[in-house]
Design a protein around this ligand. Structure first.
Ligand code: RIB
Ligand code: CA
Length: 316
């Protein structure tokens, strides 16, 4: 197996317990150089998502990670949050504490633009795992970055799996459909992890117990997060465990062979009251619209959790 080359990534996130799993997986993977975490309002308001991101870095023993606050809400329209799934703190499960590390002062979209212009062309990968507002703001302020981004590996949308915040829309897209439209039409290569694949990644009791058994600070905290997170989702979906959405993006970077999908056209519905935020995926290629995303619909979930559990062992 060819050794993975060194990858430079920026994770754009709205922590959330599943965001925490994604960030910890990335921090535990030496193949990845995390240039920064850019924070967006989403699961909970921005002041909590920023606090949660700093907490996750501290729990992982990584006080060196640079964290940038970004958009407080969508480009237009009302703010939507998801305390029902993540709890009031957004990270319910472990004890919440005031992080000892501080935020960077630079605005997240400005950090995105500056970094993508500074680094060599096609060497920076973006991993958005929340609403796409920061990415859209960066693209609006400096459209040239679209041709310089190596790829965008995002969690969002759904097709056969439909929606989870409305009957037809997934939360990250629904929270800012206009931003999603800008990102999907920017021309950068997109790898999309929709609900169709993330619903196969279930935090069963046995899998959470294996995470807990890693025994370090990060994995003990994550096990508590997933304990809380599973309760709501299991009730909703009637499964043993909850869909662990966000770390699929990082796992794809590390082991793309665990996944499968196809190149499709993806359009974002922004006009309809009923289906606003829907990702209209031309899976059966019934149009000649440009194939702007690689849509993932299959994953080896056992090997995914083996990877996550193994990499947690590299943390604090
Ligand atoms: O629909 C799932 C997505 O919405 C995940 O990114 C979760 O963290 C929430 O942001
Ligand atoms: Ca998220």
């Amino acid at each position: 197996m060819q050794r993975k080359r060194h990858m430079k990534i920026i994770i754009d996130t709205d922590p959330g317990q599943d965001d925490a799993a994604a960030i910890m997986l990335a921090l535990g993977s030496p193949e990845l150089e995390i240039l920064g975490l850019t924070i967006v309002a989403g699961n909970v308001p921005l002041d909590l998502t920023t606090r949660n991101a700093l907490m996750i870095c501290e729990l992982s023993g990584r006080l060196d990670v640079k964290v940038f606050a970004g958009a407080e809400g969508p480009l237009i329209g009302p703010q939507v949050t998801a305390e029902h799934a993540h709890g009031k703190s957004g990270l319910d499960g472990p004890d919440i504490f005031k992080p000892s590390i501080a935020l960077q002062t630079q605005y997240a979209p400005d950090f995105l633009v500056e970094t993508i212009l500074k680094e060599d062309k096609k060497t920076v990968t973006l991993c958005p795992i929340g609403p796409l507002t920061n990415i859209a703001l960066a693209l609006k302020s400096e459209p040239e970055i679209a041709s310089r981004i190596e790829k965008i590996v995002l969690m969002g949308g759904g097709y056969f799996a439909q929606g989870n915040i409305t009957p037809s829309a997934e939360f990250n897209i629904f929270a800012d459909p206009e931003a999603a439209k800008i990102v999907y039409n920017c021309g950068a290569p997109i790898i999309m992890m929709p609900l169709d694949v993330t619903h196969q990644i279930l935090t069963t009791k046995a899998r959470v117990e294996k995470i807990q058994a890693v025994g370090n600070t990060a994995s003990l905290a994550l096990a508590k997060m997933l304990g809380f997170y599973s309760r709501y989702n299991s009730k909703k979906y009637g499964n043993d465990g909850a869909p662990l959405h966000d770390p699929t993006t990082i796992a794809w970077l590390l082991k793309p062979e665990l996944f499968n999908g196809r190149h499709c056209n993806v359009e974002i519905e922004t006009e309809s009251e009923i289906t606003r935020g829907a990702t209209v995926i031309d899976w059966w290629e019934v149009t000649d619209r440009p194939k702007n995303a690689y849509v993932v619909n299959e994953v080896n979930s056992d090997e995914f959790f083996d990877l996550l559990t193994d990499r947690l062992g590299n943390l604090n």
